[in-house]
Ligand binder design. Structure first.
Ligand SMILES: C[S@@+](CC[C@H](N)C(=O)[O-])C[C@H]1O[C@@H](n2cnc3c(N)ncnc32)[C@H](O)[C@@H]1O
Length: 695
């Protein structure tokens, strides 16, 4: 049969659907809605069929890394014949049923008017970093259809519909790219963040921020030297130095009474709020020069935070918490970025295929994609697709996982090795577990644990779909480790968290998180991280590492937890994550000082890296020496002599919690365990300590 399937694939329908209404038939999935909102990033120039000649698309060749889709099926065939043996494909593609099913899927989205346009991209794009991409291994496993409920399955559509991004108000903080003249320009396209240029942009942003900070410091110095007089020559320049709005009415910060009256009157005018935010940012940028006489900085901040909350729809508590993370202007960028969906990305499952083969096949199906960036050799960014990307035959056959780019990071940092024993402590639905299994080339063993039994169903389904044969699924509260099992070479703790890094995906976070949630979550995270550390064998010949990650950007859930672990476990130290980008973790934050090595941890932000907000820390676990044990004893930590490879004999007390502080949580945990066993726990005396988790 050879490569018949590859070359005789059902011709995908053209990229532009005839009837916008057809999209309705596909059901309004979450990702659809997100895309309908309009995605500045996703609306970047895409690799389209040459013949389709999209009007608003930048000319090809702006990026040397781009894969251009051309109407040249013969070159596609050439590519296929040059490819390596990929026996697994035939099992999938030769099936007439699957072929017709695929056609039906295409029809669902697109009423094609043009024939198939093939692929003649530069395969080097997919080759460069693929050295360790694995050949297909073994036959395609039995497919598990439809149990991937936790996998987000975006249905990318051609951009025939008017983007709602256009309806969104203009940026709160104007910058060079908000210049109306440049809106549709190529320069503007080039400004956009893609996964590929993100790393360089991030560095440039950091450098610009540092330069700006230096200038600010110089300016402050000059202002101090010149005295207060230069208040008089205020030209109402904006933050970027433009003299806009010079003719507009001078900005007046509402008084407490005016704010109250506005609140009583109901929802404030959106344009008023927009302008006020912009003005507050300007004033806070140069307070001495721009503030109204007699008004305090805190008044501007309070107004700005209130306006952000109402404009973006957050509760006051979370608005303030997130606002505090950034300099004022950057905070707005962060809130803005949360309104825009992140790029759709997939991870090639190297147990089943290679990235370039997968890319070729998906391009043949009408998917526009390109490699994510140099930092990953398995990721692909999907720009548009005329087929539901979560229902292609390749998806069903486990050739890829729909996975946010940020989710690759903790696994890259973990760097699991073949034949190791690895614990994924909070693993459902298995995006990272299956990545770990693939990096271990289906050798060794990965214990994929999740406390939520219901969620282990989708975990198991993914493990099967992706053909992972070295995975054991289990369901314990992570805090039961290492009692149930220990001595691992590596442990990944992708902790349950508030999800403040993934607000663009789950907007409910904006309103459903309270102070109590953060307290409880941080507590759970601290308990889990100690158990994760204690589950690692310091004797491991190849490893002895733990990676802690969250999809949250708050310090409580990240640096505070890591710092706590360092204090409680003197036998661990932070090491470089090995990640090429990301901002350094905070070593000081709002009066708290963390261990200087916390700098080695990495933060990722939607507005900087165009990926979900994420945090990654990597620890090396050392043997307990007398010195570290003594250090333990002098601190408030654990008893000396605890077996750290410790499958045996470790109790909650051993792992060093403050048992008084922890008592309500421990009791709550026990209540849950009893309930899970069908027993009725004693009634509570106090309010329950319920922890909500973000997947
Ligand atoms: C961020 S999600 C994990 C996502 C997963 N690592 C992946 O990549 O697909 C956090 C997980 O922690 C689980 N979880 C919550 N509390 C837990 C606990 N005490 N022990 C173990 N798992 C827990 C939740 O059920 C949830 O599936």
């Amino acid at each position: 049969m050879g490569r018949r399937a590859k070359n005789k694939q059902a011709p995908p329908q053209p990229l532009e659907p005839k009837h916008a209404s057809s999209s309705k038939a596909s059901g309004k999935r979450k990702a659809d809605a997100a895309l309908d909102r309009g995605d500045e990033v996703n609306s970047r120039p895409t690799k389209k069929a040459k013949d389709a000649k999209p009007k608003a698309v930048k000319a090809a060749g702006t990026s040397s890394k781009k894969v251009v889709v051309k109407a040249k099926p013969e070159s596609s065939a050439k590519v296929a014949s040059e490819g390596d043996s990929s026996d697994g494909w035939e099992d999938v593609d030769d099936s007439p049923d699957l072929e017709s099913e695929t056609r039906a899927l295409f029809r669902d989205e697109d009423d094609g008017e043009e024939g198939w346009t093939g692929f003649s991209g530069d395969l080097a794009d997919f080759e460069g970093d693929d050295d360790d991409d694995e050949l297909l291994r073994g036959p395609v496993e039995e497919l598990d259809l439809g149990s991937d409920d936790d996998d987000e399955v975006p249905v990318l559509k051609s951009k025939s519909k008017k983007s709602k991004q256009a309806e969104r108000p203009k940026k709160i903080i104007p910058d060079a790219s908000s210049d109306s003249d440049s809106d549709a320009s190529e320069e503007d396209d080039e400004e956009r963040v893609t996964m590929a240029n993100m790393e360089a942009r991030s560095r440039a942003l950091d450098a610009a921020a540092a330069a700006e900070a230096e200038l600010d410091a110089e300016e402050l110095q000059r202002a101090a030297e010149a005295g207060e007089d230069d208040d008089d020559d205020d030209l109402d320049m904006d933050v970027d130095g433009d003299a806009d709005e010079v003719d507009a009415e001078p900005f007046h910060l509402p008084t407490a009474e005016e704010r109250e009256a506005e609140e009583k009157a109901g929802v404030p005018d959106v344009l008023v709020v927009q302008r006020r935010m912009r003005e507050c940012v300007k004033v806070l940028g140069k307070f001495k020069k721009r503030a109204e006489k007699g008004r305090a900085r805190s008044e501007y901040i309070s107004q700005l935070v209130a306006d952000i909350a109402s404009y973006y729809g957050y509760n006051d508590f979370l608005t303030e918490k997130l606002f505090q993370l950034f300099p004022v202007a950057e905070a707005i960028e962060f809130f803005e970025a949360n309104e825009v969906p992140r790029p759709v990305t997939i991870r090639t499952n190297t147990l089943r295929t290679r990235r370039r083969d997968l890319a070729q096949t998906l391009v043949n199906r009408g998917v526009n994609l390109e490699p994510i960036g140099k930092w990953t050799n398995v990721g692909l960014q999907v720009f548009e697709s005329s087929v539901p990307i979560g229902a292609t035959p390749e998806y069903l056959a486990g050739h890829y996982m729909l996975q946010a780019a940020s989710s690759f990071l903790p696994v890259i940092a973990l760097a699991p090795q073949p034949n190791e024993r690895v614990l994924d402590m909070a693993s459902a639905p298995g995006g990272k577990t299956t990545h770990i299994a693939a990096l271990m080339q289906n050798t060794g063993v990965v214990f994929a644990n999740d406390a939520n039994k219901a969620r282990t169903k989708s975990l198991t389904a993914n493990v099967h779909r992706l053909g992972c044969k070295n995975v054991v699924v289990c369901s314990y509260d992570g805090r039961e480790f290492p009692k149930v099992m220990g001595g691992f070479d590596r442990v990944l703790l992708d902790a349950p968290c508030s999800g403040t890094g993934v607000i663009s995906k789950d907007t409910s976070v904006k309103v459903n998180k309270s102070e109590r949630d953060f307290t409880l979550l941080a507590h759970l995270q601290k308990q889990l991280i100690l158990c994760a550390i204690d589950s690692v064998s310091p004797e491991s010949k190849t490893g002895g590492y733990i990676v802690y990650s969250t999809c949250s950007v708050t310090v409580d859930e990240n640096e505070s937890v890591v710092d706590y672990a360092l204090r409680k476990r003197p036998n661990v130290r932070l090491v470089d994550t090995g990640l090429e980008f990301g901002r350094e973790g905070y070593t000081q934050y709002r009066g708290k000082t963390f261990h200087p090595s916390v700098k080695l941890t990495r933060r990722f932000y939607p507005h900087v890296h165009n990926m979900d907000g994420f945090y990654v820390a990597k620890f090396k676990v050392e043997r307990r020496t007398k010195a570290t044990a003594a250090k333990d004893a002098s601190g408030d930590a654990v008893e000396a002599g605890v077996a750290v490879d410790g499958a045996q004999g470790i109790s909650a007390d051993d792992v060093g919690f403050d048992s008084e502080e922890d008592r309500p949580y421990i009791e709550e945990g026990k209540r849950k365990q009893m309930k899970a066993k069908g027993l009725r726990p004693r009634p509570r005396t106090k309010a329950p300590a319920v922890v909500e988790t973000a997947a």
